[in-house]
Structure formats: structure tokens, C-alpha cells
Ligand binder design. Structure first.
Ligand code: ASP
Ligand code: MG
Length: 447
């Protein structure tokens, strides 16, 4: 068989039995070999709350969360003519969850290992239900439910584990090409068999890793929006769906705040040159977006993204004047704390780096930085990124950008490392107006 389709359905596409049925119909129409699913919408958040309430010893809220999770999945199971076996597996998932919760409540301690294990139940329950729904639609075919933890092997960095792609490929090669499989996104396991997760929103990444391991011909990401838009439609009503975009542009977009895809999704697709489709289960016949290695249309500015809640960290050390090694030390601290560096600008004695606001909660990281210089923190910022093609070579682009944002001040700017993006930092409260202006001048007028 030479065409292997891997399809991933997100939380809203798993949100009810009707949503699952819609998703099942799509996976049949598209001839999916492997379907990767997220937890039903809101369940991962509920599981996080549950784990936190249990570790805080808050019995009442813990019970409430547990009840909500069980009730929701039980009701869905009752809505379909499910098999006895599936109902028993669902019960065993509930028992596993209760046991984990009891232990956490007793110890009043939530280890990262237990946290990942608890979160895995969301995808394990939704995939069990989805497999039943798909089986009912395809009675003559045997649908197999896979435990993704046997395939997505990772390191033991709980919370955001790193996958081991060679082992994943080896595991995927064992799948029987004439079957149809359903599995979980988001979860994996380490060498000792402990459950790990790939980070929030990680199901897209799981699907891409499976697609890579299977040497798939297409990876489909089915979500609740009709593709990747020129900017977030909630920011700017004139946003339009992009029909075709390159890996490089889509990767930059995901990295710089477009919510449609998890940022790590593109890399596995690039490694195996797998085209990626993004579409909506609610409007399945719309053209959606195709992400490929090369595309025909290469506009200067394809899209504008925003990352809100940014903080700017300025680390300075006057004794670094005419000295060397300062940047090395700063980056080492980012590396040791597993914090990725986004946008950077430097001067002789200072270096300014943008980070997500949440990073400021990492006190060790801030202490480490203080050991090498003084730090200044500015908050309430948004990083706006223009994503496009050959930006270095576009004459007068800078003039257009600056005149579109002339009513506000730019706190920092970064351009030059890649010809695909131009980033700048403004106050969060003016970012929407900035994007509307830029979208009008650089995208709407050009289209
Ligand atoms: N269920 C996980 C989350 O909500 C993974 C995903 O949906 O992609 O983060
Ligand atoms: Mg998602």
C-alpha cells in the first residue's frame, strides 16, 4: 500500500458523540489508516484541576471533578451501542484514575510523573469511545485501538517529554498495513514504561510523529477552524484562510503564536516531506490549508501572528564592556532551565530577550540570571510577527511596516536571522490596532 493517511482530530471534534460521528465519517472518506485523537474538549483542563485539588487535599472539589469526568464519558458510552469490552475498559480507566487520585490526596503530593499519568486518561478515554463510533460505521472492518505509549517512546522529561524518533519508526513498522487503527495523541512513555506527555496541545505533534514513523503520504489535522488564517480572526475580522503555505512559513506561524498547530508539528513532516492538511470537521468540504515543502505563490507577507503576555528580560552587566562570554552565560542559563530563547537583541553590556509571562514564575531561572548581572523585567507586551517570504529582498517593506504602526512605539525588534519573519514588540493594548493596520496594508491591499 503506498498511500498512508494519518488523521488527527482535536478536542472539539471529540466533544460529543455527534462530533465523533462527524470525525469518523471524515476519516472514512479520507481513507485514514491511523486516527490520532485528543481528549474530549475541556477534559485535559478538568484533569489538571482534579490533580491540583487532590494534591491540595481539597476532597470536595476533587470528588466534584472526578464525578464530572466520569459522568461525561459514561454518558457518551451510553449514547452508542458500545461493546461490553469497551464499557469494561472505560470502568478500568475510572478505577485507575480513582487510585491515582487517592494516592495524591493521601500524600498531598503531585509528582510530575503522576501528573502525566493522570492527564493520559483524557486521551485514553476519548480514543476508546471514538474507536467504538468508528467501528459502528465500519462493521465489516476490524478497527484496532493502539496504546500510543507503546509507539511514542520518549525521554523522562515529564510534562514535556522529547520523543525518540528512531524507536517510534521501529514501532510503527510493526503495524499491519491493511488494518485501520485509532490511537491517542499527546501521550507516550519513557524507557521504564512510565507515562509521559508531549506538552499542552501535543496531539498534533503526536500525529506528526506517527506520520513520520509510518512514512505517511499525508498528515491531516482536523480542528474547529477551516484552516490556517492570515491572522487570528478574533483579532482582525478580515482574516482569510490560506490555501497553501510552505513548511517554513507554517513553522514560523506556529512558533509565533498562531494557535491552529502545535509548534513542533512541522518538523517531523519536513523530515519525511509529508504534506500536511489543516481543515475543520464542522466544514469538511471547504478547501482548508495545505502545508508543503514548496508552494507556487510566495507573497512578501503571508500572515501576521501575535503572542500576547510577553515579558522582556533585559540582563546587563557593565563589566562586560569589551569583554566576552556574557551571551554564552546567558544562553547557558536559558538552556539549563529548559527555556527556549525567542527574540533577542544585544548591546555591548546588555541583552534583551522576550519570554512568555509564565516563565517569570520560574524563580530558579531568575535567580540564575541575577548571578551574572542585573535584570530588568517589563511586562504587558505582545510580540507581533510578520511571516512571509524573502523579506530581506523586499524593498520598502520596512517603510510600509513602520508607517502602519507610526502611532505607537516599538519596544524591541528582531529581523535578520530568517528571511521568513520580522518580529517586533509593542504594548499588549495597542497590538490589536497594529495588526488591523498591518493586515490592511500588507495583506488585504495586496490580495
Ligand atoms: N488534550 C491535550 C491538551 O488539551 C492535547 C491536545 O489536545 O492536543 O493539551
Ligand atoms: Mg490543538
Amino acid at each position: 500500500m503506498n498511500s498512508i493517511v494519518v488523521s488527527k482530530f482535536g478536542g472539539t471534534s471529540m466533544g460529543s458523540i455527534q462530533a465523533m460521528e462527524r470525525s469518523a465519517t471524515i476519516s472514512i472518506e479520507r481513507n485514514s489508516f491511523l486516527v490520532v485523537v485528543s481528549a474530549t474538549s475541556g477534559t485535559t483542563d478538568l484533569l489538571i484541576q482534579l490533580a491540583q485539588n487532590a494534591s491540595a487535599g481539597n476532597i470536595e472539589l476533587t470528588e466534584k471533578n472526578l464525578y464530572a469526568i466520569k459522568e461525561r464519558h459514561e454518558a457518551m458510552m451510553k449514547e452508542i451501542s458500545s461493546t461490553y469490552e469497551a464499557r469494561e475498559i472505560l470502568k478500568s480507566h475510572f478505577t485507575e484514575l480513582e487510585l491515582l487520585v487517592q494516592n495524591i490526596t493521601l500524600l498531598k503530593e503531585l509528582t510530575p510523573k503522576a501528573h502525566d499519568h493522570i492527564l493520559s486518561l483524557g486521551e485514553r478515554m476519548s480514543s476508546l469511545l471514538f474507536k467504538e463510533v468508528l467501528q459502528l460505521k465500519l462493521p465489516h472492518k476490524k478497527i484496532q485501538l493502539l496504546d500510543a505509549r507503546e509507539f511514542i517512546k520518549t525521554d523522562s522529561n515529564f510534562g514535556k517529554a522529547t520523543p525518540q524518533i528512531d524507536i517510534i519508526a521501529l514501532q510503527c513498522s510493526k503495524l499491519e498495513k491493511n488494518n485501520i487503527y485509532v490511537t491517542q495523541g499527546f501521550i507516550g512513555s519513557d524507557a521504564e514504561g512510565n507515562t509521559t506527555i508531549l506538552g499542552r496541545g501535543g496531539s498534533d505533534y503526536s500525529a506528526a510523529l506517527f506520520a513520520e514513523g509510518l512514512r505517511a503520504s499525508t498528515l491531516e489535522i482536523w480542528t474547529d477552524v477551516a484552516g490556517i488564517a492570515t491572522t487570528d480572526p478574533r483579532i482582525c475580522k478580515k482574516a482569510k484562510i490560506i490555501n497553501e503555505i510552505s513548511y517554513a512559513e507554517a513553522g514560523e506561524m506556529a512558533q509565533y503564536g498562531a494557535k491552529v498547530l502545535h509548534p513542533a508539528t512541522i518538523a517531523p513532516a519536513v523530515r519525511q516531506s509529508i504534506p500536511v492538511f489543516v481543515g475543520s470537521t464542522f466544514e469538511k468540504d471547504l478547501p482548508g490549508t495545505w502545508i508543503r515543502g514548496s508552494v507556487n505563490d510566495r507573497p512578501a507577507v503571508r500572515a501576521i501572528t501575535r503572542r500576547s503576555n510577553q515579558a522582556l528580560l533585559t540582563i546587563s552587566n557593565p563589566s562586560m564592556f569589551n569583554a566576552y562570554g556574557f551571551m554564552g552565560k546567558v544562553f547557558e542559563i536559558f538552556g539549563m532551565n529548559r527555556i527556549s530563547v525567542d527574540c533577542v537583541t544585544t548591546s555591548e553590556i546588555a541583552i534583551a530577550v522576550t519570554v512568555d509571562h509564565a516563565t517569570l514564575e520560574n524563580k530558579n531561572f531568575l535567580e540564575d540570571l541575577k548571578s551574572i548581572g542585573s535584570i530588568e523585567i517589563e511586562t504587558g507586551l505582545a510580540l507581533i510577527s510578520l511571516i512571509g517570504n524573502d523579506l530581506f529582498a523586499r524593498n520598502s517593506l520596512a517603510k510600509t511596516i513602520f508607517s502602519s504602526v507610526e502611532t505607537t512605539s516599538i519596544r524591541m525588534m528582531s529581523f535578520g536571522a530568517s528571511s521568513y519573519n520580522f518580529n517586533f514588540l509593542v504594548k499588549d493594548d495597542v497590538s490589536q490596532a497594529c495588526i488591523e493596520n498591518l493586515h490592511q496594508t500588507l495583506i488585504e491591499k495586496v490580495l
